[in-house]
Design a protein. Sequence first.
Lengths: 286, 65
Amino acid sequence: MTFAQAIALALLQGVSELFPISSLGHTILIPALLHWQNVNRSTASFLAFVVVLHLGTALALILFYRKEWSAIVRALVASIVRGRLSDDAQERIGWRLVVATVPVGILGLIFEGPVRRLFGSPSPAALFLLANGLLMFAGEALRRRQLRGGGKDGKPIERLSYPASLTIGVAQACALLPGISRSGVSMVAGLLCDLDHEDAARFSFLLATPVILAAALLEIPKLFVPDAHLVLLEAICGGIAAGLAAYLSVAFLTRYFRSNDLRPFGWYCVVVGAICFVLAQRGAIS
Amino acid sequence: MRAIAIVLAVAFFLLGILYGMGKVNFFTESGPAHAHHITHLVVCWVLALLCLIWARFQGSPARTM
């Protein structure tokens, strides 16, 4: 992997982790499209590189939501010490994030390996990217139908029920499939649980933080394998680039979802997914 | 409910130890490089901790989760 490829992959990871377009799908499809034969996703040095990219992305999210995370953690600790729940908004958000994170952790542990082996190639990734786009259209259509039928809009996150939080967490676990976006699928689930776009995005980004951070921390031993030093400079620069890209992405998206919806990303996923699937079927990418 | 939470916490704690020792291989990658399932150990212990927190809330006379 060259330095330029490393930075390109880092920027791609930082942006696509938060935009609802699937980072995993893109890190499979883009190197395949560009015929980067020298980028081997299964080598120890590449896995170490990916760990640093995830750390950079997670730190960017923590930095962006630092005040919120600080309040949430303090409220959670106070609640545990007290031994009972209160109506504090940050505490309620914190427990909903905990409930929504549990299914991702368990399902990720069980299914990540088999899913990666079964679907970690361009054809399935392209197909799932297409499905991700359709899912966003379906989510928006269902939400509009709910609103027309008298459904509520703009329920605050702290008023989400625990089953709804669990549902969003289970939905997020679908992002184990390359091409299905973590933020996209959890936003769609949030919308269907009566959140508006802004709060669905906020909950999705808050929910992504512990998941990405835990995934990176659990993989830290991969940084100490013998071959990891081969990509030390690329990993450090890539981590910074991924963090910057993630910070700018979340800043943009939190503004974007104040008045916009998921459909433009749906179009992107449908078009890119369809093109990549056709190319993969014709053997143009592999 | 409190008793169930504590039993679950102990079960997850022990399961974590068994994963760490490589005695349990459910839902793990195979091969010598994966003999000790540290990730599974950590996740089991986090679940055990959550069960203990759940037990603590069940012990309270006020509203529950």
